[in-house]
Design a protein around this ligand. Structure first.
Ligand SMILES: [Zn+2]
Ligand SMILES: [Zn+2]
Length: 236
C-alpha cells in the first residue's frame, strides 16, 4: 500500500486544491503548506453561546446572547470564511466538484469547533430549496455533514429539515431582509419528531446567522432538548 502510495506521489504529485501548486504527498488535507497556513481557525476567546470571536480575554457571553437567549444552545464554526476555504467551498457549490469534500471533512473534523459539540441524537443539514437542489444536484450541507461527521453518519437525517417555500437567495438580501425572507421557510419532517432530542444543525457557511437562527427556532418549537449548530466557515 505504501509502495503504491509512493509510486502515486512520484508519478502524479499532489496538487494543492486552492493554488494548484505541486507539493509532496497525497495526504489530506490537500493544501500546500502556504495555503494551509492561510486558514484561520476560530478558537477561544469566543461567545460561549453563538461563537462570535472576541479579540482578547476569555470565553464569555456576547451582548446579543446576554440580552436574550437565542433559540440555539451553541454555534461553532471551524474557520473564518476567507481563502483558501472560499475557493474550496465554491468548487463544491458552484463548480459541482466533489474532490475538495474529503479535505473539507478533515479540516472540519480536526477543528476546535468540532470538539466543542456534544454527541447529537440527530444531525440535520440545512436544506436547499427544491429548485436549487435540482440545479445543483446535491445539498452541500448534507455532503459536508457526511464528510465532517463520519463517526455519526447514522445520525444524519438527510431530509429532516425541509424548505416549505422557495425563498429569494439570501446572498441578494440585507440582514433584516434575510430574516424576513426566511420566516416560516423551514419545517421539521422526521419520523418520531425531535422532541427531547439533541440536534446538531450543519451548514457550510454562517453569514448573518439568520438561516441557522430560523432552523433553531422551529427545532425549539418542536421541543428539541438541545440545538447546536456547526458550520465549516463563518463570515467575519
Ligand atoms: Zn496552495
Ligand atoms: Zn453570542
Amino acid at each position: 500500500m505504501s509502495l503504491f502510495a509512493d509510486a502515486q506521489d512520484l508519478l502524479f504529485p499532489a496538487r494543492c486544491l486552492s493554488c494548484e501548486a505541486l507539493f509532496g504527498r497525497h495526504r489530506l488535507p490537500l493544501l500546500c503548506p502556504d495555503c494551509a497556513a492561510r486558514l484561520v481557525p476560530l478558537t477561544s476567546p469566543l461567545c460561549r453561546c453563538c461563537g462570535t470571536p472576541f479579540v482578547a480575554g476569555e470565553d464569555h457571553l456576547c451582548g446579543n446572547c446576554l440580552a436574550g437567549k437565542p433559540s440555539f444552545d451553541l454555534v461553532r464554526s471551524a474557520y473564518s470564511y476567507q481563502e483558501p476555504l472560499v475557493s474550496l467551498i465554491h468548487q463544491v457549490k458552484f463548480g459541482r466538484r466533489l474532490t475538495p469534500l474529503a479535505t473539507l471533512g478533515v479540516l472540519g473534523r480536526n477543528s476546535c469547533a468540532c470538539s466543542a459539540l456534544s454527541l447529537p441524537d440527530l444531525i440535520l443539514p440545512v436544506p436547499l430549496h427544491g429548485r436549487r437542489l435540482r440545479q445543483r444536484g446535491f445539498n452541500q450541507s448534507l455532503l459536508l455533514a457526511r464528510a465532517c461527521f463520519p463517526k455519526w453518519k447514522d445520525r444524519i437525517a438527510a431530509n429532516g429539515l425541509k424548505r416549505i417555500r422557495n425563498t429569494t437567495p439570501q446572498t441578494d438580501l440585507s440582514g433584516r431582509e434575510r430574516r424576513k425572507n426566511l420566516n416560516g421557510a423551514f419545517c421539521v419532517d422526521i419520523r418520531g419528531g425531535v422532541a427531547g432530542k439533541k440536534v446538531l444543525v450543519v451548514d457550510d457557511v454562517l453569514t448573518t446567522g439568520s438561516t441557522v437562527l430560523e432552523c433553531s427556532k422551529i427545532l425549539q418549537k418542536a421541543c428539541a432538548a438541545r440545538v447546536e449548530v456547526f458550520t465549516l466557515a463563518r463570515a467575519l
